[in-house]
Design a protein around this ligand. Structure first.
Ligand code: DC
Length: 234
């Protein structure tokens, strides 16, 4: 086990990768072990999508998008009862709502809009500017923090990712057919990696971890071992 010492310099850790391969849970556990801040940037794009859906924003109209973006405030607050960092959209807790399937189905087109990305990236850079942060998403190592000391790129087979997502949704009372989940994951992977704005890419200096056959504790430990090396080197 690695214990962080107060004198050690803090680093930025970027965890990017495919949808549903455990990036957020890993990032959260790594942040906890290092006493770092954890930022789930996917939750931010999900919150924007939820706002657009609830307020009937036509995201093909730039003016509507810009007006909506100026009314959106996203925060994370730690809930000690659930031991979770929860997402707040304009002071309202939307942590559960943003994970539902109807939001997952629309989040890729919304997150492909340039104005949405510019607004989110600016907030993410502000949140991580003092280092000591573990941020997960699609463009953290490429766009948000190209200077991150540790960049991890996580993958897993579609079947493993879909089964994990099915169990997660089921534990929250949402029953979804596995084929619908596979379709959603594959379609998001395709849209996220082929879009014009900040597509999902594995940057050259990222370390790839395939989590298909890893126990959760082992994937966390792998990232922690890499972090330990990088922290010792700064
Ligand atoms: O990590 P997630 O599955 O909750 O992310 C939801 C969507 O948000 C994902 O399909 C693509 C988008 N996203 C993005 O474009 N850039 C990020 N940094 C994080 C997520």
């Amino acid at each position: 086990m690695f214990y962080i010492c107060a004198q050690m310099r803090k680093i930025k850790i970027a965890i990017d990768g495919l949808s549903g391969c455990g990036k957020s849970s890993t990032a959260k556990a790594v942040a906890k072990a290092l006493a770092y801040k954890f930022i789930d940037t996917g939750a931010m794009y999900r919150a924007v999508t939820l706002y657009f859906l609830k307020n009937d924003i036509d995201w093909n109209k730039p003016e509507e998008v810009n007006n909506a973006l100026s009314s959106i405030k996203i925060d994370f607050q730690y809930n000690s009862e659930t031991a979770k960092n929860e997402t707040f959209l304009n002071e309202q807790n939307v942590e559960e709502e943003i994970r539902k399937m109807y939001v997952s189905e629309k989040v890729s087109p919304v997150s492909a809009i340039k104005a949405v990305r510019v607004a989110m990236v600016a907030q993410q850079q502000e949140m991580g500017k003092n280092r000591g942060v573990v941020m997960d998403g699609r463009d953290i190592g490429s766009v948000v923090f190209p200077d991150a000391e540790l960049k991890v790129f996580m993958t897993a087979s579609t079947e493993v990712r879909a089964e994990r997502r099915r169990l997660e949704l089921e534990s929250k009372g949402e029953r979804v057919d596995i084929n619908e989940i596979i379709e959603n994951l594959e379609s998001r992977d395709l849209q996220d990696s082929t879009r014009a704005e900040s597509p999902l890419v594995k940057v050259d200096d990222a370390i790839e971890i395939d989590t298909s056959y890893l126990q959760f504790e082992d994937q966390v430990q792998k990232v922690l071992d890499l972090a330990k090396e990088r922290i010792a080197a700064v």
